[in-house]
Design a protein around this ligand. Structure first.
Ligand SMILES: O=C(O)CCC(=O)C(=O)O
Length: 301
């Protein structure tokens, strides 16, 4: 994998809704928006101490990201109070514990006033702001958002490393059929087992607290919390019919069928999907070679 593409960066004060929509949203081009959180009270107010005062007693579901999973995240590994959780992730110690898709604005509407829907994302789904927390070195497995919406992720506390890869590479990064995740670990790409990774290019960058990242519809992301941190993601509904259709199919029929098969035939279902993912990658290499569209990247191979 060659992760040396350079992502555009624009200061929040220089980015209009039109510029964002015409140059990034409609072109599916990733972007870092510097100092985006400063446009809202949350950018200055939100610290773990502040959030604890508001939601410290609230029970939150925790995902242990060191465990491997064969389906979309659904259940929790642990439940604890937010104050207990935030004290764990504020220590300078590694922990795999994360909070994923916390609908905190529903429970705490006063927080929404401090980070209301940004103009950039206003529209269908624009009111859905979801929060994410993670401890030092916790990882969000390599995935794209299953509903195929675009995401504006604002990093409020802590730095995060983000690897972003275009959906063009779906097959070459071993997308697991019927799911929104992949067989590979971008931290340790295994070129022996997954040789198609030699053809993949992407972005690898660090998001600073206060900055936002625009991840276009179906972009793959692999996030690593470099220290205890939190982010809020607002969503923008996919803007082309194929993505809208796929988003609907993914969140309904495909997800339900995949879970059913996992619960009935378990690991052998995952094994079948692994074989298919590998076949898909090999067939894609052949197709791109025939069309002379492939370049072999030299990095690490
Ligand atoms: O960084 C995180 O914890 C997850 C963010 C994410 O996957 C998203 O906003 O879609």
């Amino acid at each position: 994998m060659k992760l040396s593409l350079q992502i555009d960066q624009i200061d929040a004060l220089e980015l209009s809704r039109d510029k964002f929509r015409n140059h990034y949203l409609t072109k599916s081009k990733p972007l870092i928006i510097k100092n985006f959180a400063n446009l809202f009270p949350a950018g200055k107010l939100w610290t773990f101490e502040y959030l604890n005062k508001i939601m410290g007693n609230h029970k939150v579901g925790i995902i242990d990201s060191s465990k491997s999973r064969n389906t979309a995240y659904t259940g929790y590994d642990l439940i604890m109070s937010f104050s207990e959780y935030s004290s764990i992730i504020q220590r300078d110690e590694e922990t795999p514990f994360r909070i994923f898709l916390l609908n905190m604005f529903k429970e705490f509407p006063e927080l929404r006033k401090e980070f209301p829907t940004p103009d950039l994302v206003k529209g269908v789904l624009g009111n859905l702001g979801l929060a994410f927390f993670g401890g030092k070195n916790s990882k969000v497995r390599f995935h794209f958002d299953i509903d195929c919406s675009s995401v504006l992720m604002t990093q409020i506390i802590g730095r995060k490393r983000v690897i972003l890869i275009s959906p063009f590479y779906d097959k070459l990064i071993y997308k697991v059929p019927l799911t929104s995740f992949s067989l590979i670990d971008p931290d340790q790409p295994d070129y022996e087992k997954f040789s198609a990774l030699r053809y993949v290019e992407g972005y690898d960058f660090i998001v600073q607290p206060g900055d936002a990242v625009f991840m276009p519809s179906r972009y793959w992301h692999f996030n690593t919390y470099l220290e205890g941190g939190m982010a809020v993601s607002y969503r923008i509904m996919a803007n082309n019919p194929a993505d809208i259709y796929n988003g609907l199919m993914n969140t309904t029929i495909r997800l339900v069928f995949d879970k059913f098969m996992n619960s009935t035939i378990g690991d052998s279902w995952m094994q079948k999907k692994k074989i298919l993912a590998i076949d898909n990658a090999n067939n894609m290499i052949k197709k791109l070679q025939e069309e002379q569209k492939i370049t072999l990247l030299s990095e690490g191979i």
